[in-house]
Write a protein that binds this ligand. Structure first.
Ligand SMILES: NC(=O)c1ccc[n+]([C@@H]2O[C@H](COP(=O)([O-])OP(=O)(O)OC[C@H]3O[C@@H](n4cnc5c(N)ncnc54)[C@H](O)[C@@H]3O)[C@@H](O)[C@H]2O)c1
Length: 251
């Protein structure tokens, strides 16, 4: 159990990759704050799965694009579970719009959640760790699209490539405080976000043909990479971005 005794906050943990990370973290011994935009049967299910694994879990509503929500998320996490050791910045949204049709609102919506949200959550968490004199660890979820062009993503792709720069720059400033910050770029992972790709008889074979391992990934496979980065096994790793993509970006 690589995360025994740790407390982790995971954003967007009601489904998909966030849920996969939450469940692997619990298997690895962590208590988990399951945070999402809305609390509903999905978040209840994640909390119940974690509790059945013998770990503590709470669900906390927070919109990552709102600083007040993130402050409340970390307040609630430490009040209910104790001092937080790990943040997984996972919440994200994707829309597909041709470049010349993209509106200011569509740009802002994606950027505010995917980039500003990860930046604000990381900053709030780091300020708290520094004030308390504790080390910690952040995993930022980026995307394969940091390194691969897919059509209609001139807003989404920059928000994800920027996560790599955020990771590198913040890790350089936070290293002296014992805070490690790394990034995972997932490839095609089976989640509600990619359901339309997985169900498309035209698009899916084209994508699979570009993936060295010849299949989509599962949320738990991102979870295992995140658990490694959050653990002491990765104690000398910071500022890095790793593709968990079955060998898509390099093919
Ligand atoms: N699935 C993939 O193939 C894939 C590939 C590359 C990157 N990603 C990234 O991984 C992360 C998770 O993706 P997923 O596939 O699980 O997506 P998903 O849509 O299945 O789940 C995303 C979760 O984030 C939550 N969320 C959305 N906006 C939010 C907000 N403002 N505040 C808080 N929570 C919010 C949603 O409610 C949802 O529960 C995202 O950052 C996504 O960009 C996914």
């Amino acid at each position: 159990m690589r995360l025994k005794g740790k407390i982790a906050v995971i954003t967007g943990a009601g489904q998909g990759i966030g849920r996969g990370v939450a469940e692997i973290f619990a298997e690895e011994g962590a208590d988990v704050v399951v945070s999402d935009l809305k609390l509903d049967s999905r978040t209840d299910e994640v909390v119940s799965t974690i509790t059945k694994l013998g770990r503590r879990a709470i669900a906390v509503q927070a919109d990552v694009s709102k600083r007040a929500d993130l402050d409340r998320l970390f307040d609630t996490a430490s009040e209910k579970l104790g001092p937080v050791n790990i943040l997984v910045n996972n919440a994200g949204i994707e829309t597909i719009v041709p470049f010349t049709e993209l509106t200011d609102q569509q740009w802002e919506d994606v950027t505010n959640v995917n980039l500003k949200g990860e930046w604000m959550a990381a900053q709030i968490f780091c300020k708290r760790l520094i004030a308390e004199g504790r080390p910690g660890c952040i995993i930022n979820i980026g995307s394969i699209q940091a390194g691969k062009v897919l059509p209609g993503r001139t807003h989404y792709a920059p928000s994800k490539l920027a996560i790599e720069a955020l990771t590198r720059n913040a890790s350089a400033e936070m290293g002296a405080h014992g805070i490690r910050i790394n990034c995972i770029h997932p490839g095609l992972i089976e989640t509600p976000m990619t359901d339309w790709v997985l169900k498309s008889p035209d698009i899916l074979p084209q994508v699979i043909a570009q993936i060295s391992l010849g299949r989509p990934g599962k949320p738990f496979e991102v979870g295992r990479a995140a658990a490694f980065l959050a653990s002491d096994d990765a104690g000398y790793i910071t500022g890095q971005a790793i593709y968990v993509d079955g060998g898509w970006v390099g093919k």
